[in-house]
Design a protein around this ligand. Structure first.
Ligand SMILES: Cc1ncc(COP(=O)(O)O)c(C=O)c1O
Length: 388
């Protein structure tokens, strides 16, 4: 198999020259090159800040620190076929939602080409595909055995029979399933298909480890997405990361709006990758994982809740099935928890293989204790009413 990026990326995008500004050459002196307001920011509170200047378009310092961390925590440190990541392997987006949109626009011709998604999965792949007039093909995760893993044989059959599919989106750990997709299954697709890219969305990877990001140096058709929104607790700054070969990262960087990452997002992102803050991220993820196990034990021991969770325990949420898949009861529980107990969880009962399921994000210890109390009270009350 010979993978050629030129065959995958749309020709106009492949040959795109990045937007250049005078600031790429000169950053010091009296800056009269970018039509900014030299008097400074108008809000008085911000007058001492540098926010009247356009942000850095490249974020080299952040990218260097982030890739250093991913190398340090890589599962492939002793694998000679995997090289260390560098800043050249990264493109940053306004959340990974922008990164998803960018990779679709880079590779798929509107009205003609397609993506493959593996439901139940994150809905933004289909939303972005629809906005871009790209058809969405589906290959369900393995539902019958409850593992919610990728059905590699079925995926490869679909891919081999449809040359118009350019991207496969694999969510690992899955949303709403919480199940990490085994890396050997992802590698099998990478090794047996060269007509497009495998995009592994790792929004929740820090809750289980084993990122595929280092593998982009081994498999040129792999793209790994990550975000600061979950384990780093920075959903508000909107910062997503696309790991890819240097060749593809260069193209995605050429394609993005030059100043997509604001100065404030950039500043906070850089703080997040300082040594002590990375330790804090790891420690918080550990606490969340411990709380997840407490929630699991408490909730699955209740009447009208199935003893087994659905999917996996690899993310910062649980997928819990109510009364053997009772959508009516699950929906009522969802609604009453929100309106009468002030706890908002997510009803996922309409997703493939998730009938009667609620997706519950792990909160703080106090929030979880509140949830457990009201979940039990509300569920028992509703179940009693239903049985009348
Ligand atoms: C699987 C998955 N990917 C991506 C995202 C979006 O992340 P971001 O906040 O970086 O846009 C989410 C958010 O819930 C998600 O669940």
């Amino acid at each position: 198999m010979v993978f050629e990026l030129k065959r995958i990326v749309r020709p106009k995008i492949y040959n795109l020259e990045p937007y250049r500004c005078a600031r790429d050459d000169f950053t010091e002196g009296i800056l009269l090159d970018a039509n900014e307001n030299a008097h400074g920011p108008t809000p008085v509170e911000l007058s001492k800040s540098n926010l009247h200047r356009y942000p850095d378009p490249h974020q080299l310092e952040f990218k260097t620190a982030m890739t250093k961390y991913r190398n340090k925590t890589s599962s492939y440190i002793n694998d000679p076929t995997v090289r260390p990541l560098t800043a050249d392997n990264l493109c940053l987006g306004v959340g990974s939602d922008e990164s998803i949109d960018a990779i679709i626009r880079a590779c798929c011709v509107p009205g003609k080409e397609k993506i493959l998604v593996l439901p139940p999965t994150y809905s933004m792949y289909s939303v972005c595909a629809n906005i871009n007039d790209i058809e969405v093909v589906q290959c369900p995760l393995t539902i019958s055995d409850g593992s919610f893993q990728m059905d590699t044989e079925a995926v490869l059959t679909i891919l081999k029979n449809d040359p118009l599919i350019k991207l496969v989106f694999v969510t690992s750990p899955g949303n709403p399933t919480g199940a990490k997709i085994k890396t050997c299954l992802i590698e099998k697709v990478l090794q047996n298909w060269d007509n497009g890219l495998v995009v592994v969305d790792e929004a929740y990877v820090d809750f289980c480890g084993g990122s595929t990001a280092p593998l982009v140096t081994k498999y040129p058709s792999l793209v790994t997405l990550q975000t600061l929104s979950k384990s780093f607790g920075l959903a508000g700054i909107r910062l997503g990361m696309t790991y890819a070969t240097a060749e593809l990262a260069r193209i995605l960087n050429a394609m993005k709006a030059p100043y997509n990452i604001s100065s404030l997002a950039s500043e906070y992102a850089l703080k997040a990758v300082q040594e002590d803050n990375l330790k804090k991220m790891e420690a918080t993820s550990k606490v969340i994982n411990e709380e997840k196990m407490r929630l699991l034990k408490e909730l699955t021991s209740l009447d009208y809740v199935d003893d087994q969770y659905v999917g996996g325990l690899d993310a910062n949420f649980l997928l819990i099935r109510i009364n053997g898949g009772d959508n009516a009861l699950a929906r009522k529980l969802y609604y009453q928890l929100a309106t009468q107990s002030g706890v908002v969880v997510r009803f996922r009962g309409n997703e493939l293989g998730c009938s009667g399921c609620l997706r519950i994000t792990v909160g703080t210890h106090e929030e979880n204790t509140h949830l457990i109390k009201y979940f039990k009270e509300t569920l028992y009350k509703l179940a009693k009413e239903q049985l009348k």
